[in-house]
Design a protein around this ligand. Structure first.
Ligand code: TMP
Length: 214
């Protein structure tokens, strides 16, 4: 294993549902491990027992009466626990943390998707992340129509958020585009219509530029 740096690197992956994030995270994880770089993969909401319990509540399609504010606060609560229990200790040990979603998802889904006040969402994000910001974010950008086709082919049952439909996903995508425009140094937009290999190549090029791997 590479000597752990005193401070690790925090990389997040964002995009609408079925954009291909999880596949890309796995490929990058394998690549970093092959290069002897200490790396972990986690997901938001989730990862710790408390955060996974909150995830179950959030995605349960029986919870159709949940208010958007409750939803926001539950995402933040799940995240705060994950930051405390897993991310901060991992970064302090010099580990690379690959995280499937983080606070940009809250901005995109609860802010742009649900229409909650963006200033309040930003404040909530500061609490939920306990002021931890990703070093690099990959936004895998995919047309919501293509994502819907993929979802249909997979035949999976939609969770509570996925069941919101195409118009909602369009708003969320617009949110991610705005986030990228407002923070281009951190957030890299990757063309999600490319092949799996091409997307991974784009990601690795940026990872190399960040000097995470030679
Ligand atoms: P996942 O399926 O990508 O793990 O994410 C679970 C769902 O939660 C997905 O539909 C996106 C949604 N979500 C939010 O609405 N707000 C958030 O802050 C996060 C992290 C996810």
């Amino acid at each position: 294993m590479r000597n752990p740096r005193p401070q690790g690197y925090f990389i997040t992956f964002e995009g609408i549902d079925t954009c291909g994030k999880s596949t890309q995270i796995k490929l990058l994880y394998n690549y970093l491990r092959k290069n002897n770089i200490e790396t972990i993969c986690i997901r938001d909401p989730g990862t710790t027992p408390i955060s996974e319990s909150i995830r179950t509540i959030l995605l349960d399609d029986n919870n159709s009466t949940m208010s958007s504010w409750t939803e926001l606060l539950l995402y933040e609560a799940a995240r705060a626990q994950m930051v405390h229990e897993v991310i901060r200790p991992a970064l302090a040990a010099g580990t690379i943390v690959l995280c499937d979603r983080f606070y940009d998802s809250t901005t995109a889904y609860q802010g742009y998707g649900r229409g909650l006040d963006l200033k309040l969402v930003k404040q909530a994000n500061a609490i939920g992340s306990v002021h931890l910001d990703p070093d690099v974010t990959f936004f895998i950008d995919l047309d919501p129509h293509v994502a819907a086709d993929r979802k249909q082919k997979l035949g999976d049952r939609a969770d509570r958020l996925e069941a919101e439909g195409l118009a909602f996903q369009e708003k969320v995508r617009h949110g991610f585009c705005e986030i990228q425009t407002n923070d281009p140094d951190r957030v890299h937009r990757i063309n999600g219509h490319q092949s799996i290999e091409e997307i991974q190549q784009d990601i690795r090029d940026i990872v190399r530029k960040c000097k995470i791997v030679d």
